[in-house]
Design a binder for this molecule. Structure first.
Ligand SMILES: Cc1cc2nc3c(=O)[nH]c(=O)nc-3n(C[C@H](O)[C@H](O)[C@H](O)COP(=O)(O)OP(=O)(O)OC[C@H]3O[C@@H](n4cnc5c(N)ncnc54)[C@H](O)[C@@H]3O)c2cc1C
Length: 380
């Protein structure tokens, strides 16, 4: 077993790490307060290729594969989860749906534009009556001359208000259950696609989330992703890779918090000595280190499976469940280590704590991941 990260991916990781340290971390508090990622920062990240990390060079991507993408997401997560969330909605979800099942024509029309960042992507699956139960979506796709017309509402779409292209899912055959769902690449700049309510969130400030309302939006036949009636499968395949990358971002967030907690444990004096000299504090640090190491290894292993063409649905669920719960445990401990200062907006520990909470909910809740894992066990 070889756990060495290939040289070119180490180089990529170092580039992202330096950019995060020098550019993103200093901006993180401002992003939180302004609830905005500065447009020039997004432009820089596009220039650096961060909007096309996992995709092959032939489509304009950096060709980093799933492992390279995860290494980068780990670093970006350490800066500010709003940033990794924008990249995740764009690449892990929207671009990945087109990449995993799109026709050559669709990939060559959309991916280069998306990898360069000229087009921003979003993934619209969730609806008011279909969250965990994504098989029961109701947005309707009716046959029209040369394609389909979409009607209905999607909600909580990351990047929704600013997206140029949506990977979305709609019902093409009402009686066929999951086999009646089709995936589409939809251009947002057309009549019939509208941004609805923009959501106010507990965290991820700077990453926009909204409703998307389809009112007879036209999608040409050639923008069907994969085959008609196979969209649910596309959504699940996309989520496999996405959940692994999300796990990587969890690892990065947890690592960043632990670094702060270690530093604080050395600096903060109580009873005439650093709080880190108390075993109670040491154990919180040690347990967090173990948690992070386990999460990181799970992510790298699952990413390697994807890159070597193996199925990783089971591992993706394990990674998503473990890493999202792990980062919340670490966040809680790191607030505790910081005491009252962990609760204050002066430090970014409280932002990390709030940002971590969504990770157990989106891209499939912890309960849904347990359902997938248990189902695999019981079927075997
Ligand atoms: C900030 C944010 C960004 C998001 N971005 C996107 C996006 O870009 N694209 C997109 O499509 N969606 C997005 N979502 C939606 C997200 O994926 C859903 O919120 C998630 O899948 C859970 O659905 P729900 O919120 O409707 O919860 P529900 O499905 O209503 O679940 C509520 C609770 O019941 C539990 N539950 C449900 N069914 C069962 C069961 N059978 N057994 C046990 N427990 C169960 C759940 O685990 C949860 O704890 C986003 C959500 C948020 C908050």
């Amino acid at each position: 077993m070889d756990f060495t990260v290939p040289d070119e991916l180490q180089l990529l990781r170092n580039t992202v790490r330096e950019y995060v340290r020098d550019r993103l971390v200093p901006l993180s508090m401002e992003i939180e307060r302004q609830e905005l990622i500065p447009p020039d920062v997004l432009e820089e990240m596009k220039e650096l290729g961060f909007f096309g990390l996992p995709f092959p060079e032939e489509y304009g991507g950096l060709g980093a594969g799933e492992l390279g993408y995860c290494l980068a997401m780990e670093e970006l997560g350490a800066a500010n989860a709003a940033i990794s969330n924008v990249i995740g909605g764009h690449s892990s979800l929207s671009g990945m749906a087109i990449y995993v099942d799109g026709s050559e024509d669709l990939k060559s029309r959309y991916l280069p534009e998306m990898c360069s960042g000229r087009k921003l992507g979003a993934f619209a699956l969730t609806e008011p009556n279909a969250g965990s139960d994504a098989a029961h979506i109701q947005v309707n796709a009716e046959r029209a001359d040369g394609g389909f017309r979409l009607t209905g509402t999607k909600m909580w779409v990351t990047n929704g208000p600013v997206a140029d292209v949506l990977a979305t899912f709609a019902v093409t055959d009402k009686g066929a259950g999951t086999k009646g769902i089709t995936a589409f690449a939809v251009d947002t700049h057309q009549d019939g696609v509208r941004v609805g309510k923009i959501d106010e969130k507990m965290g991820l400030h700077g990453s926009l989330t909204s409703e998307i309302i389809f009112d007879g939006a036209f999608v040409p036949q050639e923008n069907v992703i994969g085959e008609e009636g196979r969209g649910f499968r596309t959504a699940m395949k996309t989520l496999d890779a996405a959940r692994i990358a999300l796990g990587a971002s969890c690892v990065g967030q947890a690592q960043a918090m632990l670094q702060r907690a270690v530093q604080w444990s050395k600096e903060r004096l109580q009873f005439g000595r650093p709080i880190g000299s108390n075993q109670a504090i040491q154990w919180m640090l040690a347990d967090s280190e173990v948690d992070i190491h386990a999460g990181r290894m799970m992510v790298y292993n699952a990413a390697w499976k994807i890159d070597t063409g193996q199925r990783a649905s089971h591992e993706a669920a394990v990674v998503k469940l473990y890493c999202s719960e792990m980062v919340n445990r670490v966040a809680d401990r790191c607030v505790q280590v910081h005491g009252g200062m962990g609760y204050m907006r002066e430090l970014d520990i409280e932002r990390f704590y709030r940002d971590a909470r969504i990770l157990r909910i989106y891209e499939g809740t912890s309960e849904v991941q347990r359902m997938i894992i248990a189902d695999d066990l019981l079927k075997a």
